[in-house]
Ligand binder design. Structure first.
Ligand SMILES: C[S@@+](CC[C@H](N)C(=O)[O-])C[C@H]1O[C@@H](n2cnc3c(N)ncnc32)[C@H](O)[C@@H]1O
Length: 493
């Protein structure tokens, strides 16, 4: 019977621009309530290319980039300005923690066990080890300590894609190494926020999003299913979550026609070397024509550097960096020796985090700063910045020949302030140099000429005129001293 309904829906979707579910009864061998039809079909709306409104009118959805009008972007940016776990997600996680560890999870032996786990989990991450999976207490520790920051930081990458026209009204999204569902739930929350903004602006917010996941640990999948089922209950059918695939990403069935594939904090857990991880990513992306890939890793030295090696191996395989790197001189870097990460500020700690941190050495259990290394890759074309340097600038690979001279450079800003309030230090890169380079600006040299350096966002390209080259032999790096006469301009290209 279901196949009759499905075939009819397929036929109607192909032959009409709009139909109501109740209309289907004219052609079926028995009558159904609209709600029944809805429940039978809802997991298929995406494949049928249908959008079904709350009043159960279905229309065909033609894939297009989601409109990113200035008013929408401004409103969305406003919503992400003070990052915090949405209350509904916080409650969901709290009840999972209570169900798993009891109402008094934050006291006595249970709390002690959780705190020990939080500490050991952190040590494993810094060593790039995945440990032996996450039995229940490990999942709870993960939810308490890592989930909130990872959930929030990822939404800034979605915002970047949105602003760049890389989010569509119809998308298949793959959450690879999904753990308890951080990325999946964050994606749903982001699209729900976006739909609200569209509706407030009287704009067409019709969406059909399907999220699929791959995860190797059963316990994580069970948690993923529980959290996502509870989160989705009562929601519309225009964002759906598929059955998780239990597998290693090295051997999982290759997803077909994905628009976005996210590897959040998973590649560092693979036993393989950073270049070999690129093969895993390439294989997962191989079934998709034009996907966007997001890879996120922790910001520490080892994991961050490993990510750039994986990234550049993917570039050599034909992928294109959308952001944060710009290859200003048209040359590809090796990806070696590059430590660069984004600092996005702090989230407000959820109550459950405050509870587990309510002990001596409280800071060990608080995790609120969003610091992460990431890359957005595209299988085809398009970079965020298409700027190319011309003759009047010098490539950073030539700095050695110009020590103690004033020069002009065009470069990306690849860090926030790494110095202090008196001396601002920004990592810079133009894709030509292996040694780390920094723009150094003593605050007493700040002037109308050079103030824009402080305003540059992570990955923005700046033109710097009249900057003094210095070598730091001890650190094997170069410093470009920005003085009050140095001119800095953000290019905006
Ligand atoms: C640090 S958690 C990240 C979870 C989630 N993506 C996030 O950002 O919060 C890493 C997850 O990747 C899973 N994982 C590790 N190696 C994997 C592999 N080879 N294949 C699939 N999943 C893997 C782990 O079981 C764990 O759930």
């Amino acid at each position: 019977m279901t196949s009759e309904i499905f075939s009819l829906a397929k036929y109607l979707a192909a032959s009409r621009s709009e139909f109501s579910l109740s209309e289907m009864n004219q052609y079926l061998s028995r009558k159904y309530e609209e709600k029944e039809l809805f429940d039978i079909l809802k997991m298929h709306f995406f494949d049928l290319g249908l959008y079904c409104s709350p009043d159960l009118k279905c229309s065909k959805l033609v894939k297009r980039a989601l409109p990113a009008d200035e008013s929408v972007v401004t409103e969305l940016e406003g919503l992400l300005k003070e990052p915090v776990l949405p209350l509904r997600i916080e409650k969901l996680l709290s009840s999972y923690i209570e169900r798993t560890c009891g109402k008094n999870w934050n006291t006595g032996d249970t709390a002690r066990l959780i705190r020990e786990n939080i500490i050991s989990q952190k040590e494993e991450y810094w060593k790039g080890e995945g440990g032996s999976g996450y039995p229940k207490i490990r999942i709870v520790s993960y939810l308490l300590y890592h989930f909130p920051v990872y959930f929030c930081q990822y939404q800034y990458l979605l915002l970047e894609l949105f602003k760049g026209g890389l989010l569509f009204n119809k998308m298949r999204i793959i959450d690879a190494g999904s753990g308890p569902g951080t990325i999946t739930l964050s994606t749903v929350d982001f699209f729900r926020k976006l739909q609200d903004v569209y509706s407030r602006n009287n704009m067409d917010g019709k969406l059909s999003i399907r999220i699929e996941s791959i995860e190797k640990e059963l316990e994580n999948i069970l948690c993923y299913e529980e959290l996502s089922k509870n989160y989705m209950s009562g929601g519309s059918a225009n964002i759906i979550i598929g059955e998780p695939v239990r597998s290693s990403i090295e051997t999982a069935p290759v997803p077909h026609d994905a628009d976005l594939i996210v590897f959040s904090n998973v590649l560092a857990e693979l036993k393989s070397t950073p270049p070999e991880r690129a093969n895993v990513v390439e294989r997962i992306a191989s079934g998709s024509r034009d996907p966007t890939l997001i890879i996120i890793e922790p910001a520490d030295l080892d994991n961050s550097k490993a990510l750039r090696v994986t990234q550049q191996t993917l570039v050599r395989k034909g992928f294109n960096v959308y952001s944060p790197c710009s290859f200003i001189w048209g040359k590809m870097c090796s990806g070696d020796n590059c430590w660069s990460f984004k600092e996005q500020g702090n989230i407000t700690a959820p109550d459950f985090m405050k509870k587990i941190a309510d002990t001596t050495d409280s800071y060990r259990y608080m995790n609120t700063d969003m610091k992460f290394s990431s890359v957005i890759l595209r299988k085809r074309g398009s970079s965020k910045h298409n700027y190319r340097a011309k003759g009047k600038f010098m490539a950073l690979s030539n700095l050695k020949k110009h020590i103690e001279k004033h020069i002009n450079v065009a470069t990306s800003v690849m860090s926030g302030n790494l110095g202090n309030e008196k001396t601002l230090v920004f990592k810079i890169c133009d894709g030509t140099v292996r040694e780390p380079c920094y723009a150094i600006m003593p605050v007493y040299h700040m002037s109308e000429n050079n103030r824009e350096l402080m305003k540059a966002d992570y990955g923005d390209i700046v033109e710097i005129f009249g900057v003094l080259v210095r070598e730091n032999k001890e650190q094997a790096s170069f410093n470009l001293l920005v003085t009050r006469n140095t001119i800095v301009r953000i290019t905006g290209v």
